[in-house]
Design a protein around this ligand. Structure first.
Ligand code: ZN
Length: 159
């Protein structure tokens, strides 16, 4: 079947910057998402629309269509205990923090005993990104997946 609204798409991907520097990939196990429910970058979903299992393609997205431009005023001092992971945060590395809006990925700028300074820009903000995708499978979503708004099973959400 072709990818359309309410399809569950199972795919492998790799992500690099425009110089080819690797950032992340799906590794051994493909990931799954529910098409048409804002689970992916809109530009990626648009490129996936209509494709079928077995197709491979590459997509270069300017920062504005990926994770946005880097904002200069996104530094914040927060209590160190709000860092959820990793256990030993490092300056210059990503960390996951608990905020009023939920969990958010940040970059650690300064580490104190009780307070830390973080940059709340997405780690890929301001970067042009190259996605390489290989579609492994496309199937209709179950009623439960549609009710939850995300894919279940391997590569998807586990409850
Ligand atoms: Zn669910």
């Amino acid at each position: 079947m072709n990818i359309s609204k309410d399809s569950v798409v199972i795919f492998h991907y790799s992500l690099t910057d425009t110089a080819g520097e690797p950032l992340e990939d799906s590794g051994k196990n493909p990931v799954a998402y529910l098409h048409g429910h804002d689970g992916m970058l809109p530009a990626l979903e648009k490129a996936l629309e209509g494709k079928t299992a077995g197709e491979k393609f590459e997509l270069t997205l300017p920062a504005a269509e990926a994770y946005g431009e880097r904002q200069a005023d996104r530094e914040q001092r927060i209590p160190r205990k709000h860092i959820v992971a990793p256990k030993k945060p490092q300056v210059g590395s990503a960390a996951l923090v608990q905020t009023k809006q939920g969990r958010q990925q940040v970059t650690v700028l300064k580490l104190g005993h009780t307070m830390v300074t973080v940059d709340t820009n997405h780690p890929y903000a301001g970067m042009d990104l190259v996605f390489k995708l290989e579609i492994v499978d496309v199937r209709p979503a179950s009623a439960e997946e549609l009710a939850h708004g995300h894919a279940h099973g391997p590569g998807g959400h586990h409850h």
